[in-house]
Design a protein around this ligand. Structure first.
Ligand code: ATP
Ligand code: MG
Length: 688
């Protein structure tokens, strides 16, 4: 008899859920690949598979589940829990600490490195740099080497970091990274080599890891058979969602942990591969079946879409059908509807924002709550005008992707205090912190950091240093704060102490200290949710909270709010009504994404990912003019736009086209094309 929770699944989903479960002698099944299009229930199937494993006796603490974001992992854990509770009863003890190993690749990496730090020669107090910190460190090294002085055309710190990251993640040389992704940087290979060596040495000396290191150290660890075996045998099952967006390092980690692929399940869709700029490679998914011995992986494909209505799916299929290369097949759905996706032309971004606000409110009137609606865009800076309009109408929203709560200077400042206390060799944190003192610039800060760096207890040795001029009492205050924070004894009391020290600085430097202070209190509340300082710093750096309409960090859970999201951050999610704005050439494909066929194809897949987020309603808006937000060489300016090339005339049959506002445009705003049509109509009627 089939368990009730499996009855809702279709045959192939069920096959995927039951694959290799309940083998004689508790044997673990062979490798499995589930490859299928958007909305076919991949994530849902994965959740059922985890639940089914647990129901059949697998120990949830020995399951490693890797997803694309912490939000996705929380959602997955919730689904698993729900199914297990139904089957095993409310108080099934096994579920309370279930899935303790669920998170992102980077998050899990950080945790393992911390666990094994002593064995692998890492100092346990290592701190993690986010991309901005990493770029700052790159910059410090760049200055030390005098690279930016010799030639002002030397790539910026951000570009340097991107090249470095590309080479690390794709496991390729600087030359190859430049050739494939940064052709305009050619000629700097030698300087970049010395910069990157300097950067690596700086990280080692300062006891800091960047995002890429988390994977790099993990994969290095996994290349040592004893470690690979030890970590691999911690887990009976390893399951990975969104596998199409993993890179070579991630694939090599998996195969090192599970060389025969026993207990390994990966899930993905090649048509949704959108992270090649971070060196993700769709080859991972295509090569997966062959890579194991003695048994190759089993492959299960799914072809029914449960998410979208037929007209939405038809339009999305139309877009992806024009792709050059594709492996997954088109999907079908039983969800009938008369409503085709809307393609709405508006005059400019202001009208676009007004239109979207009007429609969002109209939807809410008919019972589609704000949370069931989302506005998606290619690039984080496309939503500015809409954000203003939403605020004007008091419509609360949360923005995923792009600017985060943590990007605001005051939040970063406070975190720098804690980070420096955790790891006083972290120079980026040290520079940031010391320069908050009156009269201290980068030179003085550098000298102080140099003076303490070799001391076994750098924070204590701060007491020996004569106070820099003009710092007066504030120096003493800082030293005693840091000495107090050294042992990380009181959590979250430590963050409160740091805040109290920091607030006078806020008053001095910012015009609106009160709202910023409110943010810091909010940060303290977030901090209280973590067991200790180290976990707080790690998790916040890896997956920071998203920005909300009032910049208050995390939204109140009972509040209804609209989701604004980059398409990248909308991956895996769904809403009843989805708006996509700026669906014009220059935005999608982005001006920056038309350099090669491969880039262009990725932009097309992005549009497909966005469109397939919609369940019942999909609206694409195309402003006739938009603001370039400094994206191209000419800087900020208005440009005239046309509908994205990914929806050529041949695909218009899949859409309902309209313009807004519906009232006829005034004569001066009419396009020449329209005037020609008007004249034609007039002449025709004259001779009727
Ligand atoms: P994406 O590629 O966007 O990540 P996905 O393949 O992971 O999509 P899911 O998010 O798992 O798809 O599922 C899409 C929707 O279809 C969800 O609302 C899910 O509950 C529903 N669904 C999946 N399988 C079934 C089924 N057998 N019966 C009814 N609904 C289903
Ligand atoms: Mg999914």
């Amino acid at each position: 008899m089939t368990a009730a929770y499996l009855e809702k699944l279709n045959e192939r989903q069920r096959e995927a859920v039951e694959h290799g479960v309940g083998l004689a002698g508790g044997k673990i099944g062979g490798p499995l690949l589930i490859i299928a299009g958007a909305g076919s229930g991949k994530t849902n199937t994965l959740a059922h598979r985890v639940a089914h494993l647990i129901v059949n006796g697998a120990d949830p603490r020995r399951i490693l589940l890797m997803t694309f974001s912490r939000r996705a992992s929380a959602e997955m854990a919730r689904r698993v829990q729900r199914i297990c509770k139904k089957v095993m009863g409310e108080n099934s003890a096994v579920m309370t600490d279930a899935l303790s190993w669920s998170g992102t690749f980077h998050g899990i990496g950080a945790r393992l490195l911390r666990m094994y730090s002593e064995q692998i020669g890492l100092n346990t107090d290592f701190t993690i740099h986010d991309r901005e910190d990493s770029a700052d460190l790159m910059n410090l090294v760049r200055h030390e080497l005098g690279l930016s002085k010799t030639d002002s055309r030397f790539p910026t710190k951000g570009t340097c970091l991107a090249i470095y990251s590309r080479a690390v993640n794709a496991e390729c040389s600087i030359n190859d990274a430049l050739k494939t992704a940064f052709p305009w940087v050619a000629g700097w290979e030698e300087q970049l080599k010395s910069l990157f060596s300097g950067y690596v040495e700086a990280k080692l000396a300062q006891n800091v890891l960047d995002y890429d290191d988390l994977l790099l150290y993990w994969s290095q660890m996994a290349s040592v058979p004893e470690f690979a075996h030890e970590i691999g045998s911690r887990f009976d099952h390893i399951l990975v969602d969104e596998y199409q967006d993993t890179n070579r390092l991630q694939a090599s980690i998996l195969s090192a942990l599970k060389p025969e692929g026993r207990g390994l399940t990966v899930v993905g869709d090649d048509a949704q591969s959108i992270y090649s700029f971070r060196a993700a490679t769709v080859r991972n998914i295509l090569d997966f079946p062959k890579q194991f011995s003695p048994e190759p992986a089993d492959i299960i494909t799914l072809d029914q879409n449960y998410r979208s209505t037929q007209p939405i799916l038809a339009a999305a299929n139309g877009v992806i059908d024009l792709a050059r290369e594709r492996f997954t097949k088109n999907l079908w759905t039983e969800r009938k509807s008369e409503q085709r996706p809307l393609l709405v032309t508006v005059k400019d971004e202001k009208d676009q924002a007004a239109y979207i606000v009007e429609q969002v409110l109209a939807n809410r009137e008919v019972g589609i709550t704000l949370k069931n609606q989302a506005v998606l865009f290619r690039s984080s800076n496309h939503s500015g005008t809409l954000e203003v309009e939403l605020t004007r109408h008091n419509i609360p929203f949360v923005k995923f992707g792009g600017l985060k709560f943590l990007d605001s200077a005051h939040v970063k400042d406070l975190l720098a205090v804690l980070r420096f206390a955790q790891n006083p060799r972290d120079r980026v944190a040290g520079f940031r912190l010391l320069q908050m003192l009156p009269g201290v610039g980068s030179q003085t800060a550098g000298k102080i950091l140099d003076a303490i760096v070799n001391d076994p207890e750098p924070l204590l040795s701060l007491q020996e240093i004569p106070p820099p001029s003009k710092t007066g009492e504030q120096w003493m205050g800082l030293v005693s704060l840091l000495v107090g924070l050294r042992r990380a004894a009181e959590w979250p009391g430590d963050i409160a102490a740091a805040r109290i020290w920091y607030e006078p600085y806020l008053d001095r430097i910012h015009e609106d200290p009160e709202t910023r202070k409110a943010d810091l209190l909010q940060l303290e509340q977030i901090a209280a949710g973590y067991p200790n300082r180290e976990r707080f710093l790690t998790e916040l750096t890896l997956d920071p909270p998203d920005a909300t309409s009032d910049q208050a960090g995390v939204p109140l859970l009972d509040e209804d709010y609209l989701i604004l999201s980059t398409i990248h951050s909308a991956k895996g999610q769904e809403w009843r009504s989805v708006f996509m704005l700026n669906v014009v050439d220059g935005c999608i494909p982005s001006d920056l994404g038309v350099g090669s066929t491969a880039e262009l194809e990725e932009e097309r897949r992005l549009l497909y990912v966005g469109m397939t987020r919609a369940r019942d309603q999909l609206t694409l808006t195309t402003p006739q003019r938009f603001f370039t937000h400094g994206q191209n060489a000419q800087g900020d300016r208005h440009v005239y736009a046309s509908r994205t090339r990914f929806i050529p005339v041949t695909l218009l049959q899949f859409f309902e086209t309209a313009s807004w506002p519906k009232v006829a445009a005034t004569a001066s705003e009419r396009s020449t094309h329209q005037i020609r049509m008007d004249v034609a109509a007039r002449m025709r009627s004259m001779w009727k």
